[in-house]
Design a protein around this ligand. Sequence first.
Ligand code: ADP
Ligand code: MG
Length: 365
Amino acid sequence: EGTGFAVERAATVMVIACPHALGLAVPLVVAVSTALAAHSGLLIRDRAAFERAKDLEAVVFDKTGTLTTGTFGVTDVLAFGGAEADVVRAAASVEAHSEHPLARAVVRSAEERGLSLLPVAGFRALPGKGVEGSIGGRRVSVVGPGYLAERGMAAGDERVGPLRRQGKTVVFLIEGDRLTGALALADIIRPESGEAIRRLKGMGIRCMMLTGDHHDVAAWVAGELGLDEFFAGVLPHEKAAKIREIRRRYRVAMVGDGINDAPALVEADLGIAIGAGTDVAVESADIVLVRSDPRDAAAIIDLAKKTYRKMVENLLWATGYNAVAIPLAAGVLFGAGIVLTPAAGAVLMSASTVIVAVNARMLRV
Ligand code: ADP
Ligand code: MG
């Protein structure tokens, strides 16, 4: 009689505890959140980094190609002495050898004006600064304001300032040792960027921007989007150092398209590569966003928070269930007339696992 009772209690305890909801509480949530993310075009390459995303305090966006579309168009041509067509022709001839989005726009502008390009020798790209080469034995450079300052030259034309304050990127043409012209290029802020920033700020996350562009252009974009902070004139090799510096203040994610920002993606607590991006960016990132939509950066952080909440819920539930059901199965309430048969234990056990699974399935983006 006594032995039979003991065996039955032991069997019930084993049924209740195995395969216990506790063991499935976390893996089920992991499986559901990974599938959900992939389904929404958010590819998680580093699971641990994704789980850290729930604690992020700041997100740094690259400007060109990330918050903006990166498809520039030449809007203004300034010629300092010569003809505008000659400025476009010389600039486009050198830029024709570059893959940079600014370069493509300059070349397109020359095509639209029906200008034929000149042969260029000794082409060189200066990352984050511009391009140079020689045309007819004369050194020709198309560069940003930083390089101009390095050469000890000033943008001394009163039309440049107002163009920048409209958010236009201005690049300069240097022929020999003379500044001969400038081109203003407009980029378009992605229509989704504003909402991405609003959502992140709504989660209490500081939004920042990192760019190699001029301060005034960055200020205009930051103003349009309501960014908390921005860093302009940052050279490609300085981007990772800037992230390291921000990391001392905040747990930070970096969102970039990978053109020049792969080291910064690695340096951040969470590296997010946007769009098809470059291969280096994909290799450097913890998360890859299949679409070029900055709102997906907010979505992945939101998912990380919800995933964590689900794990905690499931663990609490499964722990509570085991804490109650196991002693019950062992017969602690036998005195009060409550005994769990192995069959009832089986039902409870299944129910607890189903609850954990259903709760995991309720995860949404
Ligand atoms: P971002 O940090 O905004 O992605 P980059 O680091 O690619 O931009 O470039 C920073 C700056 O360097 C540009 O705003 C421009 O002034 C200059 N620059 C870079 N590449 C070129 C180029 N091919 N022609 C002219 N200027 C360039
Ligand atoms: Mg960029």
